[in-house]
Design a binder for this molecule. Sequence first.
Ligand SMILES: C[S@@+](CC[C@H](N)C(=O)[O-])C[C@H]1O[C@@H](n2cnc3c(N)ncnc32)[C@H](O)[C@@H]1O
Length: 545
Amino acid sequence: MALYVKAAEVLDKAEKKQGALKTLVYDSKFENIKPLFALVMETQKFSSVLEEIIESTKLLKQTKMRMNLAKVLVYDLLMGHGLKCGGAWKTMMMKHRTRLQSVLARMKVKQKVSKNEDLLPPSVRQMLGEKLPRYVRVNTLKTTVEDAVDYLKRDGFSYLGQASRMEDLTLKEKYFVMDMHLPELLVFPPKTDFHDHFLYKAGHIILQDKASCLPAYLLNPPPGTHIIDACAAPGNKTSHLAAIMKNKGKLFAYDLDAKRLSTMATLLLRSGVTCQQLGNQDFLKVDPESPQFKDVEYILLDPSCSGSGMVCLGDDASSADQKKVQARLAALASFQLRCLNHGLKFPRLKRLVYSTCSIHSQENEEVVTACLQQNPGFRLVPLLSQWPERGLEPLTQCLRASPAKTGTHGFFVALLEKHNEAGRKKQAAAVQKSDPPVTISEAANEAEKQEPALQKSHPVTISEAGNEKQEPVVQISEQEATPLSPSTCGKRPAASDEESEDKQTPAADQADGTPSKKKRRKRKRKKKKKTTTTTTTTMEMETVG
Ligand SMILES: C[S@@+](CC[C@H](N)C(=O)[O-])C[C@H]1O[C@@H](n2cnc3c(N)ncnc32)[C@H](O)[C@@H]1O
């Protein structure tokens, strides 16, 4: 029952505008956040429907419950996976179940619909991203685009060829097109459900939002290269990278969260990925100087972020508790900048792609600006000139994405590349002459002054899209994770994300501040033991994956 009481409490607080749902759930200190989050989000989504059912059955009067408690219980009883409580509460709810069920059934008959979702008001449906197309990435490790298209045609879908404008992505019934920017991406009407489809179950297609396909596509690591996916789980971008590399080379994929990593191992197995080496590890503690990374030339960094771009999660910006929201954003931005700076330390790195599913400049342009100030040997690569939404001024080389302009969830991508030594020295000198490096908060102030300047949309034709991958210096270009899964992207950094500065710095033992010989030896042994543990985890994950 604790779950329902806590969920009702969160909904009460949200009604009193004490914070955004997401923040309230995380602040609730409830031991099992995931089911609480899911219950609160779903109840909120069906709020108006549940209220109608509760009122027409006079449930509050008969049970003396308050509205939000009734809502969470009725949600789970009628639309969720059944009540997860026992005792008097369950007995009471079961007593009313038939009446509640028949009101729900009557509502559906009246509105001539069959699914619970269809009862939602249009405004809620739009907010939930129902209007976003269903994007399907063809997994070229298992099939080809042509074969996937043929299979889908035989399965009753009608193929309209490659799209050339945004409007072509607005589809109905069983029509589908090939995307105009990403040729391995097929586009279907919103809500087309592939979860039970053979191609999905066999790993031939991957359900991935278009914006989320950008990082791997733009990084475009050639087959045979060594690459790191720094914050990888649940692995949609990892499997995309492996497909681009044709499973040739080495793909180190790290994630701090063991559970998500194990989901990822299953997903990669199904997708036919074989070039990976998984590690349940904090990326910030991966040593760039380690011999195993000496050939790493590419990094994909998609760190934890606010998830404010995910249409289903919404944005905390309207939250009454702006202080908390800003503090959370600042903590995330600081973590993201540390990851970015760390990624640039790999000695042979050529390119790093940075992405977030956030719409906040603090996590996007400001992080990149601060990073470039601190790493003058790197610069931004201009991306997809035809892409309709750019990074905020002056970072227009980067891409942004949004439901309105690109028909996707909100997203941000920047591609950084190392430039030559002469340029680096020149830039370093210029930085010394000018202001000290921009810190995140300074960048925040600057960015606030800027008006977002967005470029106009230029429709792309097939051949242009093919050429669109940027001229390279070297060479160019979900839950079980569905794009709408809150756990994929809106995930808060694990505790160590925000405190991931190495906490194991040894305390000084001797007068000069250095540890004693004995202690040094002990620490050395401990360190050796730790390395072995990490390797074991990596090996285990490889076996699973
Ligand atoms: C936005 S999600 C990554 C989504 C993934 N790239 C994909 O496309 O499926 C961020 C991930 O970073 C992980 N993470 C957070 N802090 C980390 C750290 N310090 N080191 C490695 N992974 C971390 C989280 O567990 C989470 O799985």
